[in-house]
Design a protein around this ligand. Structure first.
Ligand code: WTA
Length: 650
């Protein structure tokens, strides 16, 4: 926590789209009369049939539904592409910067329109149609955006799976949403590494087939030209197929509440759930938040360094910026390749003015010192943003002082896959900045803090963060499991949306997110369910039981700490430890790699057999002198053993 408040940099404030008074007035209006406010905001979009109904929401568990603009008809790509052609046809829509600094490309709005239409026609020619779920498993190449937009063009529902996930994780997502069409590439490139996407995709297709959910079409983009196995009945090269299709593809008329995409995300329990977002409300929300949060102006070059495999990539690389006719940069590589100046070199090369990244990247680069930053100009930058996890004040100050040279405001955006876009954020030019605080609610958002019993806390307080009313970008359901949606988000504090985050509110009404209060951990800004890692560990032959918790990690924010009870006769040695780590990487992907594995002959349990994670978290944090009450444990001695063999002594 930090007591410092930075005023809005004065030069920025003078030119900002919004003034402090406008923020206050607009926020008050959005809360007092949501119908009027969101009815007005719908006009940001081109509708084939304008909506007359604005908000139709019930958060009552017996009849839970979320609908916005329910009688409106539109197509997302008509809004992201066609409508810009008249005034912005020759404006650059996408700048693509390759893994190698030698490689980059641009696409104007006219070119992007053509690419998307052709991609959509290839999909149609291969049987894809409105309502189908299409899985996208791609590197950060322009075709990833074309694929998403092509789905939206024809009314298909995309499910993007991060390219770092394993075949198993990919297969699980393919099967869960009955997807029979997968779009991938031969390989991905990240730094010096090649990611075998087609190989993984083939393996995932085998797993899906065994689950009686065969994939019928794999559309493959040639990225590296690597040799790949080919199933002539199933696989299609994009570059072949695209030769024979037309440049025209009419946008499919979609109801505002038709699904746009599914994105799998981790929760407290079980396997990842398919967060479903729909068309009209999501796009209004993506477009408004993108414009306001980044103080967007016509000549900005905007870069969000996320991957399209995460929600940040959906809303703030593709849909928000393109709906707003902005120039959006896609980066294939990593921040440290060829060296730790890369981010800032890319900013100079493409004259980036708005830059958005994750605290984990900032911390990793901060460790390299100021030199790699100072070796670049960065004079084009006028605003910096962060997302994904709380930012520690030291990293904030470094970002502000060294990267932005105190002239760029920092927008610390708190939000979630479920919320579709930014919810709590210091709107630039309007809100003084407190390093580490996401600060104040966006238009239409009513956050509140509650205690464990659900009593609302007022004034300066700390509790669980809930949201009191709907907003257009809210997720609509868990795909295929509406009951899980209701249970996960609306049963803890009935009538309210529960975020899963803890939060403090200070005397000025600023919100400070303190992290997850459920069994989700945030590793390098990526959400990971401890239950998923546990189930991967337990699937190893040598493992009888596993419990996974997060612990503070200098760069990643949180690291993964696994307590593992092996079966009798196992050698609990380093060889097994590294085998277990490899196993988890294979089952889920490198982002789930356990940082520390402790062999534990027993785990602390209550007499009813429930693992006491509170104790495991404390030991993982190396703060075991405050373990609290252990008298309810069935076997208190195991705690002494766990402490004696703890892996984190920092
Ligand atoms: C965390 C990412 C503090 C939070 C857009 C949330 C943050 C989870 C911030 C959602 C922030 C995200 N400050 N914590 N600015 N942004 N979080 O679904 O715990 O990948 O619940 O969405 O990340 O992660 P998700």
């Amino acid at each position: 926590m930090s007591d410092i408040t930075h005023p809005v940099p004065s030069k920025f404030a003078a030119l900002a789209n919004l003034s402090p008074a406008q923020y206050k007035e607009t926020y008050a209006r959005s809360i007092a009369d949501p119908e009027a406010f969101w009815g007005e905001q719908a006009k940001r979009l081109n509708w084939m049939t304008a909506p007359t109904q604005i908000k139709d929401v019930s958060w009552d568990k017996s009849d839970l539904h979320v609908r916005w603009y329910a009688d409106g008809i539109l197509n997302v790509t008509e809004n992201c592409l066609d409508r810009h052609l008249k005034t912005r046809g020759d404006k650059v829509a996408i700048i693509w910067e390759g893994d190698s600094p030698e490689e980059s490309k641009t696409f104007t709005y006219r070119e992007l329109h053509r690419e998307v239409c052709r991609f959509a026609n290839v999909m149609k020619a291969n049987g894809a149609k409105k309502g189908d779920r299409i899985t996208i498993y791609m590197p950060m190449i322009p075709e990833a955006a074309f694929a998403m937009l092509a789905c939206a063009r024809i009314g298909a529902v995309h499910s993007v799976v991060f390219g770092g996930f394993s075949p198993d994780a990919l297969a699980g997502r393919i099967v869960d949403c009955d997807s029979t069409f997968v779009i991938t590439a031969d390989e991905g490139l990240r730094g010096t590494k090649r990611v075998p996407l087609k190989v993984n995709c083939d393996a995932a297709c085998d797993i899906a087939a065994k689950a009686a959910k065969p994939v019928k079409t794999v559309l493959c983009v040639r990225r590296t030209g690597a040799d790949v196995d080919w199933d002539a009945d199933r696989d299609v090269w994009l570059d072949d197929a695209v030769q024979t299709v037309s440049d025209d593809c009419a946008p499919e008329p979609m109801n505002a509440e038709d699904p746009l995409f599914i994105l799998y995300t981790s929760g407290s329990t079980g396997q990842p759930k398919g967060v479903l977002h729909t068309t009209g409300g999501y796009l209004v929300w993506a477009s408004l938040t993108h414009e306001a949060v980044f103080d967007l102006k016509e000549d900005d070059v905007y870069w969000c360094s996320a991957d399209v495999g995460w929600v940040t990539g959906h809303t703030y690389i593709v849909y928000g910026p393109l709906a707003n006719g902005a120039t959006t940069l896609m980066f294939e590589g990593v921040p440290t390749y060829p060296d730790a100046s890369r981010f800032w070199q890319v900013c100079d090369k493409h004259q980036v003015s708005l830059f958005y990244t994750a605290p984990t990247a900032i911390r990793a680069l901060m460790r390299e010192g100021d030199g790699p930053v100072k070796a670049t100009s960065r004079s084009s930058l006028r605003l910096l943003g962060t997302v994904g996890e709380p930012i520690n004040p030291e990293a904030w100050e470094w970002y502000f002082n060294v990267v932005g040279e105190t002239r760029c405001p920092i927008v610390d955006t708190w939000w979630q896959t479920e919320t579709g876009g930014a919810m709590i954020v210091p709107l630039p030019g309007t809100t003084p900045m407190k390093p580490g605080s996401a600060s104040l609610p966006f238009f239409g958002i009513e956050p509140a803090l509650v205690d464990a019993e659900g009593n609302e806390l007022f004034g300066a307080a700390e509790g669980n963060l809930i949201i009191k009313d709907s907003w257009p970008g809210q997720m609509r359901t868990v795909y295929g499991d509406h009951d899980r949606f209701v249970q996960t988000y609306f049963s803890t504090y009935p009538g309210n949306y529960f975020t899963g985050d803890g939060c403090r509110r200070d005397e000025d009404g600023f919100y400070w997110i303190t992290g997850r209060v459920d069994d989700v951990i945030n590793v390098s800004g990526h959400r990971m369910g401890t239950a998923e890692v546990e189930s991967a560990l337990v699937s190893h032959d040598a493992v009888a039981e596993a419990a996974v918790v997060g612990y503070p990690h200098d760069i990643k924010g949180q690291g993964i700490y696994a307590y593992v009870t092996t079966i009798p006769g196992s050698a609990d040695d380093d060889a097994l430890r590294s085998d277990l780590i490899k196993h988890v990487r294979r089952e889920i992907g490198p982002i789930a790699t356990p940082d520390l594995v402790q062999f534990a002959p027993g785990l602390p349990k209550t007499r009813s057999g429930k693992i006491m994670r509170r104790i495991l978290r404390k030991i993982a944090e190396n703060s075991f002198d405050a373990l609290g009450d252990t008298s309810t444990l069935s076997d208190p001695e195991v705690v002494d053993d766990l402490i004696a063999k703890r892996m984190n002594r920092a």
